[in-house]
Design a protein around this ligand. Structure first.
Ligand SMILES: NC(=O)c1ccc[n+]([C@@H]2O[C@H](COP(=O)([O-])OP(=O)(O)OC[C@H]3O[C@@H](n4cnc5c(N)ncnc54)[C@H](OP(=O)(O)O)[C@@H]3O)[C@@H](O)[C@H]2O)c1
Length: 265
C-alpha cells in the first residue's frame, strides 16, 4: 500500500506533493496521484515523478491516506466512484471548502476515518498554512501522521470545524489576494522606472519580511505599521491614500465573501 494518494493533482495537489517530496518525508514511489486528462497526467509525471494513473479507483485502493484534490463540484461523483473500495484502515482527506466531515461521511455511505484540511499553495515552497479538523474515528496516531505530512510543507493548526470557512478565506484563498497586492506594488514601482523583475523581487521580499515580523515579534500589526510611518514622512502619505481608497474595507469584504461562498458549496 502507498503511504499517500491524491485523486486529482492540479494546483493544490501539486503544491502539497512538491512540499512533501522537497522535505523528503516520503519517497516518490510512496505517493500515487490521478489526473483526469492525459495532459494532466503527463504534467504530474514530469513535475513530480511520483506514480501517476488516470484510474481514481487504483489510487483509492492503494492509498493509506487518500486526499481528494479535485474541485468541490466533482467531490460527489468521485466519492461515489471509489466508495466501495474504502476500508476502515484508510484515512479519507477532503480539502475542499464546504465539504464538511458529516457530508463526506454521508457521501461515503460508511463510517470511516475522515479528515478535513484547508491547505494553501505556499505548501509548494514549504511555507504552507494548513488547518485541520478530524472526525471521531481518527485516532491520535492518525492525527500525528496527518500533522507530520502537513508540517512537511509548512505550519499546521488543528481547529474546530466551525472555523474552516474562516480558515479558507484567511489562509486557503488569501495567497491570491497577497499576489494581487504584490503585483500592484510592483506595477507602481515599474511606473516609477524600476525594471519589472526587480520590482517583483522588492515587493515580494517586503511582504515576506513583514509577515516574518508579525510572526516572530508577536507585535500588533498596527504597531509595526506605526514604526514605518515617520511623522510628516513619505509612508504616512501612502497610508492616507490606502485609507481613502477603502483598502481595509475591501480586504474585509473580500474575505467575508470568500468565507460565505465556502459555506454555500
Ligand atoms: N488552489 C488552491 O489554492 C486551493 C487552496 C485550498 C484548497 N483547495 C482545494 O483543492 C481542490 C483542488 O483545487 P485545485 O486548485 O488544485 O484545482 P485544479 O488545479 O483545477 O486541479 C484539479 C485536479 O483534479 C483533476 N480532476 C478533475 N476531475 C477529476 C476526476 N474526475 N478524476 C480525477 N482527477 C480529476 C484535474 O485533472 P487534470 O490535471 O487532468 O485536469 C486536476 O489535476 C479543490 O477542492 C479546492 O477547493 C485549493
Amino acid at each position: 500500500m502507498m503511504k499517500a494518494g491524491f485523486i486529482g493533482c492540479g494546483n493544490m495537489g501539486t503544491a502539497m506533493v512538491s512540499g512533501i517530496l522537497k522535505k523528503g518525508l516520503l519517497n516518490k514511489d510512496e505517493i500515487i496521484v490521478s489526473n483526469l486528462t492525459e495532459a494532466g497526467a503527463a504534467r504530474s509525471r514530469e513535475k513530480l515523478g511520483v506514480v501517476v494513473t488516470m484510474d481514481n479507483r487504483e489510487v483509492a485502493a492503494k492509498s493509506r491516506i487518500l486526499f481528494l484534490a479535485v474541485k468541490p463540484q466533482f467531490y460527489e461523483e468521485v466519492i461515489k466512484e471509489i466508495r466501495d473500495l474504502l476500508t476502515e484502515d484508510q484515512i479519507l482527506v477532503g480539502i475542499a471548502p464546504g465539504k464538511t466531515l458529516q457530508w463526506l461521511e454521508e457521501t461515503c455511505a460508511r463510517s470511516m476515518k475522515i479528515v478535513r484540511l484547508m491547505p494553501n499553495t505556499p505548501a509548494q515552497v514549504g511555507e504552507g498554512m494548513t488547518s485541520v479538523c478530524i472526525n471521531e474515528k481518527v485516532t491520535e496516531e492518525d492525527a500525528r501522521q496527518i500533522r507530520e505530512l502537513t508540517d512537511s510543507f509548512g505550519r499546521t493548526e488543528f481547529i474546530p470545524e466551525r472555523l474552516m470557512d474562516a480558515a479558507g478565506a484567511v489562509s486557503g484563498s488569501s495567497p491570491a489576494y497577497v499576489f494581487m497586492f504584490i503585483e500592484a506594488m510592483a506595477d507602481a514601482a515599474v511606473a516609477q522606472g524600476m525594471p519589472r523583475k526587480q520590482a517583483y523581487a522588492f515587493a515580494a521580499q517586503a511582504v515576506l519580511g513583514s509577515a516574518k515580523m508579525v510572526l516572530e515579534t508577536g507585535m500588533h500589526p498596527g504597531e509595526l505599521k506605526d514604526m514605518v510611518c515617520s511623522p510628516a514622512g513619505t509612508t504616512i502619505e501612502g497610508v492616507r491614500m490606502l485609507e481613502k481608497a477603502g483598502m481595509r474595507s475591501a480586504v474585509f469584504e473580500a474575505l467575508t465573501a470568500c468565507a460565505e461562498k465556502g459555506k454555500r458549496l
